[in-house]
Write a protein that binds this ligand. Structure first.
Ligand code: GLY
Length: 380
């Protein structure tokens, strides 16, 4: 059972945490230029982020944090490597390295962000090119975006996953930027299909769903990183809340708002006493396991997006929940060491890896703080 959601708005605290984060970013800036943080080492090995080649789905989160820092502070220091980031992401697209549905995460935070901040035309063109490649993963018959694997390779089935919801903003943005309606049509169609398959009738979620690529038929729900096919993976549920809130922001489609809201209630109902979720909702304070702080920080971002969209008392409630979760994250899971980049301990990538920092949890924690301070949508 969660504790009451009563943390007050504390702008001075949020600013102080942002300043702590920005100090970490300053110290890490020259370490991650074309190799990027992903998942840290374990606590016993110091929770440090190795610098990984630009091949993984998470490589844009560090540039994204630098872009957030520039947006908040206006300090050009945070753009000092933006040209190198862009060159690295250009090379990645040109060589089709590590291509999957995650082009949205990758090119929203590396390229759309830079374009929105500086008007850099190369960043715009790169993001549009990435959006074009992402549309190539769309299956017309099934009305979905295939997450992994090459498209059209004769597999008897392929997968869709809830995480894709955060890749759709790249398509919505590309549609607005280019004037070509097909980008948004694909994003809408995928969001509808996911709402009928990955989102269960009670608004909990499957992580993945098997699809027949020839007929487009939806086969059955599965998990990839959750505890079991029929349980709810906490981070997946957070992707649902935030992804549908963003899809609603672009489309004003009532079904997307309904999914985000109801999925948020499922998330809230599964918060334990310290308001930071276990990594899968089959665990609770009665049957505890490891937390996933990254699910918490994605969820708080989504709640604040929802609050922007709806206003009124319900928005105030979402903000109170977000503030309370943030307070718990900061009080119990924040890594106070300017020389270690990781912000939040106790995140889970795959359960077998154990508790680490993960760069996307850090990114969404920072974005949440900025949203608490100024209510923006930033780069999505
Ligand atoms: N998108 C992959 C994950 O959330 O782990």
């Amino acid at each position: 059972m969660s504790a009451p959601f009563n943390a007050p708005h504390d702008a001075a605290l949020y600013r102080m945490i942002c300043t702590e984060i920005e100090e970490k970013l300053r110290r890490a800036a020259d370490t991650y230029i074309d190799h990027f943080p992903h998942v840290s080492t374990l606590p016993a090995e110091g929770l440090r982020y190795p610098a990984e080649e630009n091949k993984i789905w998470t490589c844009s989160f560090f540039p994204g944090m630098m872009h957030l820092a520039y947006r908040r502070t206006g300090d050009a220091f945070f753009l000092k490597h933006s040209r190198e980031y862009l060159a690295s992401f250009q090379h990645r697209l040109d060589t089709r390295t590590g291509i999957s549905h995650d082009l949205g995460f990758l090119y929203t935070l590396s390229s759309v962000a830079l374009y929105k901040l500086t008007g850099d035309k190369r960043a715009r063109d790169l993001a549009l090119a990435a959006a074009g490649v992402l549309t190539g993963r769309y299956n017309e018959k099934g009305r979905y975006i295939q997450c992994w694997g090459e498209v059209g390779k004769g597999n008897p089935y392929v997968k869709i996953i809830v995480d894709t919801m955060l890749n759709l903003p790249l398509l919505f943005w590309a549609g607005e930027e280019s004037g070509d309606p097909r980008y948004a049509e694909i994003a809408r169609a995928h969001a509808f299909t996911a709402s009928e398959t990955l989102v269960r009738k009670d608004y909990s979620s499957f992580h993945s769903y098997l699809m027949d690529p020839v007929t487009g038929r939806a086969i059955e729900g599965r998990t990839h990183q959750g505890f079991h096919d029929d349980t709810t993976w906490a981070r997946g549920q957070a992707w649902v809340v935030t992804g549908y809130a963003l899809a609603y922001a672009y489309t004003k489609e009532p079904r997307f708002l309904e999914v985000s809201r109801k999925a948020a209630e499922v998330f809230i109902d599964n918060l334990p006493a310290d308001n930071v979720p276990y990594w899968d909702f089959s665990f609770s304070d009665r049957v505890p396991d490891l937390r996933d702080t990254s699910a918490a920080s994605i969820f708080t971002c989504g709640l604040l997006e929802l609050a922007c969209q709806i206003g009124g008392e319900e928005a105030e409630r979402y903000r109170a929940v977000a503030r309370t979760v943030v307070r718990s994250l900061y009080d119990h899971y924040f890594l106070h060491d300017p020389d270690r980049l990781g912000l939040l301990t106790d995140a889970i990538y795959h359960r077998v890896h154990g508790p680490t920092c993960v760069i996307w949890g850090d990114y969404f924690f920072y974005e949440t703080l900025m949203r608490l301070l100024e209510n923006g949508r930033y780069f999505w």
